[in-house]
Each structure stands twice: as C-alpha cells, then as structure tokens.
Design a protein around this ligand. Sequence first.
Ligand SMILES: [Mg+2]
Length: 126
Amino acid sequence: MALNVLVVDDSAVMRTMILRTLQMTQIPLGELYEAENGREGLEALAEHWIDLAIVDINMPVMDGEEMIERARATPETAGTPIVVVSTEGSETRISRIVQKGARFVHKPFTPEDLRDVITGLVGEVS
Ligand SMILES: [Mg+2]
C-alpha cells in the first residue's frame, strides 16, 4: 500500500525539501498533496484520502496547532496520522502537540528520522 501524503507548510522551499526527504525514505508513496496553511490543509484532508499529514507549526491564516485540533475534532480525520515538523524549541508547545495525537520531528531532519517516525505511526509500508 502506497501512502497518500499531505505536506502543509507556508514555505514552498520547505515543502519541496520535505517531499524530497520523503522520497529518500524509500517508503512507497501514492498521491502527494501540498497546502500553504492550516486552513488549506483541512480542505485537502476533506477532499482527498490522506494516509499521513506532515504539518508545520508556524503558518499564517491558520497555524499547525489549530489545524491539528480541528482535524482531531472531525470524525473522518480524528485518527489521521500527523507528523509535526518544526524548529519549535518550546517543550510546553511540543508536549501540547503530542497530546493532540501528533508526532514531533525537529527541523532539520534526515530521511532516517522521517522514516522512523512514519513507520512508528503507520507501521512498515510495503
Ligand atoms: Mg512556517
């Protein structure tokens, strides 16, 4: 089963970097979607079948934390695996995100870091 992945980040450069890193994990990928902020991310989650969302925290319009809260409050996406990638250093904020059911990966990260956290969330994909 290939994973359909949504990447939500306000930086186009970062989205490209995340997608490139994802491709280096060797995880079989299906459809790849991009969104620039939390609101667009929620729209993508509503429109497409997404197996995994990789979400930035600091974004205009709607930040990653609010996006995760809203996704969790929606039955269809309450259980969608979410990985937060950020330079965020606040332990309080990180633990708040983890309590909402997302995994956290610090930027910068290697393909191995990303692979470990994804397989931890969704299991081995083959
Ligand atoms: Mg950002």
